[in-house]
Design a binder for this molecule. Structure first.
Ligand code: EPZ
Length: 418
């Protein structure tokens, strides 16, 4: 196991390029088995979740090869529709494989998906939608058995704009007979990226980015070479790190409109934000002011994946902040670790009440999930003295070379084997 050792209190200055979006690349990898032709996804991030999805595809019989950051999938010889529990337990995005496997084989067997421990994370919306498309589903001993004679297009209203369920429906209906209409769809940029990827393969999907997506089933899908969108959550993480530490950082690659609400909140803190094409420049000097209230919401609301990071930011701002987590039941598990560093935060259910303190002090803290771990690193960068962040396996799932990128901005951070 590794840990980060961080000497806090240093400004961040310079520029950083963000990776391709983890939450786009993962559904694209799932979509790669929709065709027997070759698929190449360019500039994939070197993160554990991508390696795990590659392993899942290999387990199905696909050939997966990396050339630098580009990954090529040749699933002509894919023959299995079963994914082992060991792999599906590793990550949430294994659940998207249901849609792809059903389109490819009309059968799928997966264990309940894993992913960050941030809430119950049921998959009822996924399964109810697949049933509407004609899939018979039985759940037994922790496994989900799906099969269908054929996939028939349907109208699918969904109660909550679930990102994964929206993506699963798209993957299961691209070659279904007839038209599928998703009403109440998630509107995240990663959904638009999946639509563009599928249409580049010859699919007929439209409406992604709105709450109604229409998929006209087609007979065949071809190969594709595709460059995914950049990671808006990674971009936000570096912007918040600079806000907390002070300094001037240019974050390159992410579309500013995809981090829109965060930029508004950072200006509210007192940061200067300048936008030029896909470059977002932030300047942070002196003590910032707390955001009065931040509520996480589905896109285009404030992203839940930046909730932990802005809570760390507010813990060293002047005043008080109310952070409300509306998407996941237990996404404040990192707070006790922040409190070890001197943060004054009280959590009641889905609300964290933050009283800003003048400064944090170094401590040894343990990451419990991906974004909570990123928040602890941000707090360590700002804390006076030395901090350790343990259990980096969570952070490695979603950030490629976090240490190297922060060091490039002037942080004093080492990765040590223990
Ligand atoms: C995706 O997870 C992302 N993961 C998450 O990012 C992100 O936090 C989340 O969307 C919300 O934006 C990937 O894309 C791989 P949801 P997903 O289905 O699809 C409830 C990160 O840090 N729900 O939109 O699992 C669910 O319990 C990760 O990169 C049901 O009730 O999220 C939650 O309360 C963490 N039934 C809410 O919807 C269902 O069938 C949002 O979940 C499905 C979801």
């Amino acid at each position: 196991m590794d840990k980060f050792v961080v000497e806090g209190g240093r400004r961040l200055d310079g520029s950083v390029n963000v990776q391709s979006a983890k939450n786009s690349v993962l559904p694209l990898l799932a979509a790669s088995i929709l065709t027997e032709r070759r698929v190449t996804i360019r500039e994939t991030p070197a993160i554990a979740d991508v390696s795990c999805m590659a392993q899942i595809l290999r387990e199905l019989g696909a050939e997966v090869s990396f050339r630098g950051d580009d990954v090529t999938i040749d699933s002509a010889n894919a023959c299995s529709h079963r994914i082992s529990s060991a792999l599906t337990k590793e990550l949430r995005s294994s659940v998207f494989m249901l849609g792809s496997l059903l389109t490819r084989f009309h059968r799928a067997v997966i264990a309940y998906p894993g992913g960050c421990d941030i809430g119950l994370r049921p998959i009822d919306i996924h399964l109810n939608a697949l049933k509407r498309l004609g899939v018979d589903i039985t759940e037994r001993d922790g496994y989900i058995f799906c099969e269908c004679e054929r996939l028939r297009g349907a109208e699918i209203p969904i109660d909550f704009p679930s990102v994964g369920a929206t993506e699963n429906i798209m993957l299961a209906s691209v070659k279904a007979e007839g038209r599928t209409l998703v009403q109440g769809a998630a509107k995240e940029p990663e959904i638009v990226d999946l639509q563009n990827f599928l249409n580049a393969m010859g699919a007929r999907v439209r409406g992604a980015g709105t709450d109604v997506i229409e998929i006209e089933g087609v007979k065949t899908l071809g190969g594709v070479e595709y460059l995914p969108i950049k990671d808006r959550i990674e971009a936000g993480t570096y912007l918040i790190a600079c806000a907390v530490c002070g300094g001037e950082v240019e974050v390159c690659g992410a579309k500013p409109e995809n981090v829109g609400l965060l930029l508004h909140k950072l200006r509210e803190n007192g940061c200067k934000i300048h936008i030029k094409n896909d470059k977002i420049r932030i300047a942070s000097y002196g003590r910032l002011k707390c955001n009065r209230r931040i509520e996480t919401m589905p896109f285009p609301g404030f992203p839940t994946d930046l909730q932990a990071q802005v809570t760390a930011l507010n813990s060293v701002c002047e005043g008080c902040a109310l952070i409300v987590e509306n998407l996941f039941e237990t996404r404040f598990k990192y707070v006790p670790e922040l409190q070890k560093m001197g943060a004054d935060i009280e959590v009641k259910g889905r609300t964290a009440f933050v009283r800003g303190v003048k400064g944090l002090h170094g401590a040894s803290v343990v990451a419990g999930d991906l974004r909570g771990g990123a928040a602890l690193v941000i707090a360590a960068l700002a804390a006076e003295g030395t901090s350790e962040v343990l259990d980096l396996s969570h952070i490695d799932r979603g950030y490629s070379d976090l240490r190297g990128k922060l060091k490039g901005l002037g942080a004093e951070i080492k990765r040590v084997r223990i």
